[in-house]
Design a protein around this ligand. Structure first.
Ligand code: ZN
Length: 136
């Protein structure tokens, strides 16, 4: 089981890492390490043939699953569909969900949960171009 390592932080940021995703094992939630206030992010892995051991549903948060490695199946209530590396799946509130790895390669994924309907401004309706010396 990996752990979440806090790399560095400042007044306006926090940087944590789960390390190498190919050796990552289990499930890790990020919010505590980074102090995120708008969403919870978790990293998860499933070995070949494994599903999450339970279905679950959320009352107020939607979830967005991003599949990083592997292939498998995703179930929302009684609907089942194929997923693979690069898939992004949004799941609404008040429904049951689960996923299973069917590839020889382990499935690695990120799940972001945030309050359903809370996104009002984004990208260029929220961001502005700023002037700053580039030190990269
Ligand atoms: Zn969930």
């Amino acid at each position: 089981m990996n752990s979440l390592e806090i790399i560095n932080s400042g007044d306006k940021f926090a940087h944590a890492s789960v390390g190498n995703l190919h050796s990552f094992d289990g499930k890790l939630f990020v919010k505590e390490a980074t102090g995120a206030t708008s969403c919870e992010i978790s990293f998860g892995t499933l070995p070949t043939g494994a599903a999450v051991p339970f279905f679950h549903s959320h009352k107020g948060n939607e979830e967005n699953y991003i599949i990083l490695t592997g292939k498998g199946k995703f179930q929302v209530n009684d609907e089942v569909f194929d997923i693979a590396e690069g898939s992004v799946i949004r799941v609404a509130t008040n429904c049951d969900r689960n996923l299973k790895c069917t590839s020889e390669e382990p499935m690695t994924y990120i799940c972001i949960q945030a309050k359903e309907g809370s996104l009002s401004n984004y990208t260029m309706t929220d961001a502005e171009i700023t002037e700053r010396e580039n030190k990269l």
